[in-house]
Every structure is written in structure tokens, then in C-alpha cells.
Design a protein around this ligand. Structure first.
Ligand code: ADP
Ligand code: MG
Length: 234
């Protein structure tokens, strides 16, 4: 599902011609099988978010290659990336990234609108998804009227609505209290078991890493492959 090969990345900061090169990732190799939950751990500043942003196509690598779900994505144009993302990737962020002026229902429905899906089908799929994440009673609420745990469930419902095979998450429980965190982790495990969804999750939290099949660590921009923690159930 994910195949990252010999990936290196450096930020260029400062004026053109006089840039400072800040190397962040060095020769990263990472392979994630379909149905795996892989946790990426590492200290703050070690390069975790940069790796996820490369895998998400939000920044482009100059060195190395990235394949996702059988497609060579490194080098894709901005519009091809946008299309690929919509069809293949779901995102969960620490800060939820919901659209504040849209209700829970409208946030979840939004990817279907982008996909050009007709109103009747949108309605069916959105309602079903809201039920699945237990948010049926809150569909008319705006993000500001929901708890952190509820907002994160809206963002997961939005991530899942187009049935992506791969979900990328950057500190998904970072803004949640421990009760909501447990609930979210149980939900992620269930999605993985029932639907075989692959998860790549950044975390510095041991609870989160504990649901992973495998843990990899980034130390100063170098990736260390960890040992297998759990077998993937199929
Ligand atoms: P982590 O997610 O592990 O905390 P990041 O990937 O966010 O780490 O950052 C890794 C390094 O890259 C840090 O030293 C950070 O300061 C630097 N960095 C991150 N984003 C940028 C940017 N847009 N421009 C320049 N340097 C950046
Ligand atoms: Mg980060």
C-alpha cells in the first residue's frame, strides 16, 4: 500500500540564491502492507510530519520515490495529486481541520460534493456514515458545538466517506482526553479489522502505538524499522 524508497528531503529557507538548506529526512525506506496499522514515533522535530506531508503529496520530494496503492505518486502534477488523494487517501489531523461554517453533516458530505456525486446518493451515504460513527443525533451541529471527541469522529467520517484504502493520520489523538482517545483507538482497530483499511499514524503516544501492528521510529531524520508488534488479522 505504501512503498517509500530512498527518500530524502531538505527544506530551503531564505531568499532565492541565498537559501539555507535544512536537511530533514535522510534516505527513508518504508514499506507498509495492505491491512497494516503502522505507527510512526519519534521526538518532536525528528521529521514525522514532513514524512507524512511527502506521502500525502502536500510537499514534493526531490530525491527518492513514493508509491501508494500501486501508483507512482512522486512526480505527479498538482491536479493529478488532487485526484489521486480524493480517490485513495483519507486524512485525520490533530486539529480536526473541519470547516467551521459547515454542519457535521455538511463536513462529512463535502468529499462527495467534490466528487460530483448526485444529491440522492450523497444523502444516503452521508446519513449511513454518520450512523456508523455514532453521530446521527449531532448531524445539524456545527464543529464549535461538538466536543473534541465528536469533532474527531466527524473528521474520521469525512476521511472514510469515499472508502479510501489508506488513511494517514498526524497525531490523531493529540487533542483528545484519555477516554475519547481510547474510544477513537477502538474505532480505528475496528475499521482496520472489518474493512482492511491501512493506517499510517504519527504519534508520540504509547497508547496509540499500542494498537499498531508495527512501530517505526524516526531519529533525527533517519527511520528505524521496529519489530512486529501484532500479526495482521485477515
Ligand atoms: P515532527 O513532526 O517530528 O515534530 P517536523 O517534520 O514537523 O517534525 O519537522 C522536522 C524538522 O523540519 C524540524 O527541524 C522543523 O523545524 C523543520 N521544518 C518543518 N517544517 C518546515 C518548514 N516549512 N520550513 C523549514 N523547516 C521546517
Ligand atoms: Mg509533527
Amino acid at each position: 500500500m505504501i512503498s517509500v524508497e530512498n527518500l530524502s528531503y531538505a527544506f530551503k529557507i531564505g531568499k532565492k540564491g541565498k537559501e539555507n538548506i535544512v536537511p530533514v529526512l535522510h534516505d527513508i525506506n518504508l514499506h507498509v502492507a495492505q491491512g497494516e496499522i503502522v505507527a510512526v514515533v519519534g521526538r518532536s522535530g525528528s521529521g514525522k510530519s514532513t514524512l507524512l506531508n511527502l506521502i500525502s503529496g502536500f510537499i514534493q520530494p526531490e530525491v527518492g520515490s513514493i508509491q501508494l496503492n500501486g501508483t507512482q505518486v512522486s512526480g505527479l502534477s498538482e491536479s493529478k495529486w488532487a485526484e489521486f488523494r480524493l480517490n485513495n487517501l483519507g486524512f485525520i489531523f490533530q486539529s480536526f481541520q473541519l470547516i467551521p461554517s459547515m454542519t457535521a453533516y455538511e463536513n462529512v458530505e463535502f468529499p462527495l460534493v467534490l466528487q460530483g456525486i448526485g444529491e440522492k446518493e450523497r444523502k444516503e451515504r452521508t446519513s449511513e456514515m454518520l450512523k456508523r460513527v455514532g453521530l446521527d443525533p449531532y448531524q445539524a451541529h456545527y464543529p464549535g458545538e461538538l466536543s473534541g471527541g465528536q469533532q474527531q469522529r466527524v473528521s474520521i467520517a469525512r476521511a472514510l466517506i469515499l472508502n479510501p484504502p489508506l488513511i494517514l493520520a498526524d497525531e490523531p489523538t493529540g487533542s483528545l482526553d484519555s477516554e475519547n482517545e481510547k474510544e477513537l483507538l477502538t474505532f480505528i482497530k475496528e475499521l482496520n479489522r472489518k474493512f482492511g483499511i491501512t493506517f499510517l499514524m504519527i504519534t508520540h503516544d504509547h497508547e496509540v502505538a499500542s494498537i499498531a501492528h508495527r512501530k517505526v521510529e524516526i531519529i533525527d531524520g533517519y527511520l528505524q524499522e521496529g519489530r512486529k508488534l501484532h500479526e495482521v488479522q485477515r
